[in-house]
Structures are given as structure tokens and as C-alpha cells.
Design a protein around this ligand. Structure first.
Ligand SMILES: [Zn+2]
Length: 351
């Protein structure tokens, strides 16, 4: 199935009018794309153990927009604004954790149903434009004995606020089939290509019926690479079955920044090495996440009238080793590297 939208890159178009510039950037041999968007990152270092500074995984790595996926719930949101959003050049958006605690008290945030805050979360999302959805982490270590119940609560909040949900999947319970059954068009499954048991492919390598149904009704599959949630083997199975990720994101945090994730461009290189077309890879970290965020006219696009938000990439011919979360390593001869970004009226050189 053709899940990727087609986006033309690399075609030379004459300018429709003469342009007088104050500043000219030499981007010869580079790829000019909309500013990259990382739909799943953790950038709340002051209050969560896993958090990293947004600019370190944002503009310094060619990512002009990072979306924090559930580090904060309602109770730490003011601190998130003050300590993560305010000091950062990188644009920060967020999926608000359905647990009032977010990840500020460790990882079992959905183990106590009394900590879930659907009404307050929906109200906060309606008044805070940087909040674009609800996050719920639906795996056994997070929900403890609550099974699927937290997802019903999260869904209620997302409906009330009129935003999509991002649902993390991992080890059951709850089973993936139960999780997918509750998701609607526009909701996002992150860690969709993990290599654990109980994923979208059964033991015989066939796509489970519930995953096919979810895809057919417009549920979106995101990579969310992370520390233990991305497998080349699953990716190859998906390629055989014609299932492509809608979004490529990192789930970058303190424990995977030095590997296996490293950066969004390093993650994109893994898709290039597996034969995905560059146009599709760029769409999966620009226009596709922008649509999920409801910001397709502002970011993730180079069309006139959008924000001047641009990433300049280089495709370097360099032998590179790439490792997934199952410790499978592949070799490739080229890699994507962030060179510069243009964002918030500034031209910045990446590190
Ligand atoms: Zn995450």
C-alpha cells in the first residue's frame, strides 16, 4: 500500500521574481528540506530522569521542531514551559501525558488510575497552543494491573480536546489488538516497528488483522526508535508486506542519545540504508508530522506563507555502521548529516 505521500525534491525551479537578499547561504550540493520535525522526543531534563536539552537534539541536530511525547502531565506543565520551552531556540510542542505525573515520578505513571487527569488535561490543551495531543504509554510496566483501562480515559480526554492521541506500545498486557481497537483515524501508534513479541506481525510473519484494520481506517504508525523499540527485522517484514511508517521519529532521551539513536538524521539514515526513497523519508519527518500536529500550513512545508523554517542537509558518502535496538548492525556507504537550519529568523550551523 502506498502510505507515503509523494513529495518532489531536487527539482530546479526558476525563481518567479528577482530577489534581493540581505544574506545568502551557499548550499551547493546540499538538500534543502522543510525544518525537520521529531514527533517523539523527551526534552524536559530538569524534572525527568530521561530528558535531554531540546536544542541538543533540536536545532543543533537539524531539527527545528521537537515534540515532547508525554514527559509532562498537567502537574508539571508550568515548569515545562519555564524550564524546557522558554530557554530553547528549538520550537517545542508536546503531547500531554494523560497521567498528571507525566514521567516526572519515573515510569509507572498509569499504574494508579487516580493519577489520570482527563478533564484537566483536555481543558489545558484547549488553552495551550503548544499542546497538540494526548500521550498514553500502554505497556505492562507502565499500566501495571490496569490493562487497557487507562487508554479509555486517554481517549475520552483526546475526544474532549479535539486532538489526536499518541499511544506507546510495547510488552503486553494490554495486547496490541486491544490497543488498536480503540484508536481512530489520525491517532498515532509510536514504537510500531519494535522487535518484541506481540507486535504488528504474528509469529508466522503475517500482519495481524487488527493492524490491517487500523491502517485501513487511518491510524498512523510512527517509528519512535528509542532504546528498545526499533528492529531492522520488523522493518524488513513490513517492507515485504508493503507497510511503511507514516512518521519517522527518534524517542530520543538520555539513555539512547549516545546510541542506538544518536539523532534524527542518523535514524533517517537507517531508512535510506534499507532502501526507502529519500522523498518518502523527508515527508515522514516533515509534512506527515506537521499534519498530525494540525500545523501543515505553518511547518513541515516550504510553500509561500509558511514559517521560514528550513533544514539544510548533506548526504555524505561515508562508510557508516547502523545499529537497531536488537543489536543488529548493518553497513552503509552514505549518511544524512544536518548542516544548517533556518528558524525563528536565525541561521544556525548544526554540530
Ligand atoms: Zn518516549
Amino acid at each position: 500500500m502506498g502510505l507515503y505521500e509523494k513529495q518532489q525534491v531536487g527539482e530546479k525551479q526558476p525563481l518567479p521574481y528577482p530577489i534581493e537578499a540581505n544574506e545568502t547561504i551557499n548550499a551547493e550540493g546540499c538538500l534543502i528540506t522543510p525544518g525537520l520535525i521529531d514527533l517523539h522526543a523527551h526534552v524536559f531534563p530538569t524534572q525527568t530522569f530521561l530528558g535531554v536539552e531540546a536544542d541538543r537534539v533540536g536545532v543543533e541536530q537539524g531539527v527545528t521542531t521537537v515534540v515532547d511525547a508525554g514527559s509532562t502531565g498537567i502537574w508539571a506543565f508550568d515548569a515545562f514551559l519555564e524550564e524546557a520551552v522558554r530557554p530553547s531556540v528549538t520550537r517545542i510542542l508536546a503531547f500531554l501525558n494523560i497521567s498528571g505525573d507525566g514521567l516526572c515520578k519515573g515510569g509507572g505513571e498509569l499504574g494508579d488510575m487516580s493519577r489520570l487527569t482527563p478533564r484537566e488535561a483536555a481543558a489545558l490543551i484547549r488553552e495551550q497552543p503548544l499542546l497538540r495531543g494526548i500521550k498514553a504509554r500502554m505497556s505492562s510496566s507502565v499500566v501495571k494491573h490496569n490493562g487497557i483501562r487507562p487508554l479509555h480515559v486517554a481517549k475520552e480526554a483526546a475526544r474532549e480536546a479535539g486532538v489526536p492521541m499518541m499511544v506507546h506500545i510495547g510488552n503486553a498486557p494490554p495486547r496490541l489488538a486491544e490497543v488498536l481497537a480503540l484508536l481512530d483515524r489520525g491517532d498515532v501508534v509510536t514504537h510500531a516497528f519494535h522487535g518484541k513479541a506481540g507486535g504488528m506481525f504474528d509469529e508466522g510473519g503475517e500482519l495481524i488483522a487488527e493492524a490491517q484494520d487500523a491502517l485501513d481506517r487511518g491510524v498512523l504508525f510512527d517509528i519512535g526508535h528509542g532504546e528498545s523499540s526499533f528492529s531492522f527485522r520488523t522493518l524488513r517484514l513490513a517492507q515485504e508486506k508493503g507497510v511503511a511508517p507514516h512518521v519517522i521519529s527518534t524517542d530520543v532521551h538520555r539513555r539512547n542519545l549516545d546510541g542506538p539513536v544518536h539523532s534524527l538524521t542518523h535514524t533517517l539514515t537507517k531508512f535510506l540504508a534499507n532502501g526507502y526513497p529519500l522523498e518518502a523519508i523527508v515527508a515522514a519527518c516533515t509534512s506527515a508530522p506537521a499534519r498530525i500536529l494540525g500545523m501543515e500550513n505553518e511547518i513541515g512545508t516550504l510553500k509561500p506563507g509558511a514559517c521560514a523554517d528550513v533544514t539544510i542537509l548533506q548526504l555524505r558518502k561515508e562508510p557508516t555502521r547502523l545499529t537497531d535496538c536488537e543489536k543488529e548492525t548493518i553497513e552503509t556507504s552514505e549518511r544524512l548529516v544536518a548542516h544548517q537550519v533556518i528558524t525563528s529568523g536565525k541561521v544556525l550551523t548544526c554540530k
